[in-house]
Write a protein of this length. Sequence first.
Lengths: 539, 197
Amino acid sequence: MQKLLLLGDEAIAQGALDAGLSGIYAYPGTPSTEITEFVQKSKYAHEHGIHSKWSANEKTAMETALGMSYAGKRAMVCMKHVGLNVAADPFINSAITGANGGLIVVSADDPSMHSSQNEQDSRFFGKFALVPILEPSNQQEAYDMVHYGFDLSEKYLIPVLMRITTRMAHSRAGIVRREVRKQNELHLPSDLRQFVLLPAIARKRYKHLLNNHAHFISESEESPFNVYIDGHDSSTGIIVCGLAYNYLMENYPDGKVPFPVLKIGQYPLPKKLIEKMADDCDEILVVEDGYPMVEELLKGYLGIGLKVKGRLDGTIPRDGELNPNILADALGKENTFGLPIPNLVVGRPPMLCSGCPHIDSYNALNQALSTLEKGRVFSDIGCYTLGALHPYEAINSCVDMGASITMAKGAADAGMNPAVAVIGDSTFTHSGMTGLLDAIVEKTPITVLILDNATTAMTGGQNSAAMGRLEDICKGLGVEEDHIRVIRPLKKYHEDFVQILEEELAYQGVSVIIPRRECIVAINKRMRDKFKNKPTATP
Amino acid sequence: MKKDIILAGVGGQGILSIAAVIGYTALEQGMFLKQSEVHGMSQRGGDVMSNLRISHNEIASDLIPFGQADLIIAVEPLESLRYLPFLSRNGWLISSSRPFNNIYNYPDIEEILNAIRGIPHHLLLDADTMAKEAGSLKAANIVILGASAPFLGMDFELLENAIRFIFNKKGEPVVEWNLRALKAGKEFADLNQRNLA
């Protein structure tokens, strides 16, 4: 079969399509977005009725995928690592209910925070939920693991977590496809109480999950993705998780590592293989992208058992993404280095595009607040977070999806007046609505700007669930009609915008201002797509 | 044959198109390829880079180690300097001399160009003017690709075929001006590489 050149994300999507996927559920989030987009563009998916529309947030995505699994079909749910926090409730509980049709949860971590607010390690969530975890080291494995993962999920009726990182998600390589498997027929769980987590049932289900743990370890021990490679120098054994294997091999161009190597691609950890390494080697070097999860487990809190090296003892930096040079250092190999970066080189942070509607919104907001002490604008996750930077310096927080409104409410409760929230349209429907309801219930004096650019811009312009619904949602939640103000953020309306802001900042209740103008990138994309809007990916 | 290439520029300048042309050519020759890209927030006018590795043998890491890049191909001069730690001792830096000035503290362009001129193996060319002469300013990235062509170890005709394949959907004029841009870049490199060597 001919090789397909795919991003890691795309390899996962292609794997899912070929493994009999019936539906993919997700909210866009770098670096996971392209998985769902690939299915959305797939002609095969269209022809076979495979669901691929965006969900309102990761929690609804996870729950919907669980529902599809309940109905016996194979489902995938994809998110960035912090999305798994949002989906944590259904995710953890799905391990107790178990699955029916195969269910894979893909969580894309972002070590070094290329596009995120933290670098949390999703493997901890998998361990926490007690589900099997798969971690590919290359695009072919990513593709193969989806087939394997769905089979594993259906063998034990358990959701499987697939953990990838930015580098895996956004790196391209050739993959060879397998034959396409048909979708499952609709079939209900054999026990119709399996998904009813009443305490009496949940206790039984939890015991069932705990009993399965030994099986999951056996599966890991037999897994094609966990491989023990012998080496003649047993002074050190090396455990490499996921992509770390590639960085290790980069340091041995002839492919011969003198040390025993344990390549990990499936968790819980394969006990027998770890035991073998512990028996054979004087010390163990653990190399993993993300947190030192395996290292901590093997080392123990007091570090008085096995001799283990890794991120905790400084052999490898405590934070940040791995690379071949870090491995060279850890192995005591000589590193190469090019030329130093000249001092004159300055950073070039991302910025709001020329013509972006947010620029007009921030200019108006800054002017309306100019007579007041700075530091009263709470913001959120999206392109508009760039308003924190020069030259706007207009916002004072960015924490998690939806936190702008609730933090503004908290500050207002503390006596800050006026308190302002700035949130995007898609972020609002993701997680802002419930916080707004809190403020409405208490008539808290906050001014909320919902920057409506008619798209989910930062992740590349996906459909926004808020489209055409914002005023109705706000009215429905209970915002007074007089205090829902819509303005077109353009230079020529600047004075009007400032006046609206001043009026609403003075109002001692909940105001919502909706500056509405389409994202400049989205307009351009829409115009281009007009001429070539045809599905591209084929099975 | 193995080439490790750093592609550098500002979001939206078309470094992924350069990668696509080289990648397509490599695959047509049955080579292995790994290409790590930047997606997400940085694409909003921030610095972007891509690690492109092609080889007749299997490739281990998605990332090029420091000091081992055969080429830095940059469509913007300030960005070309950001990745110098990756350049190998005999590696070449090929960059456009035209600044993309979207930051308030952009350094003095003469100082940037002088820093590039201090690098042992470099080519500096006004890709914008050459692209305009070839038919469109949009082809500046392909001018830079053309200037890199002599260092890629690939037949020039194969690169031309890749241009035809990749830009085919956009119509014949786009293919034509990109082919002219590619050729203009290559001719510049052939001439100046000799002068410098």
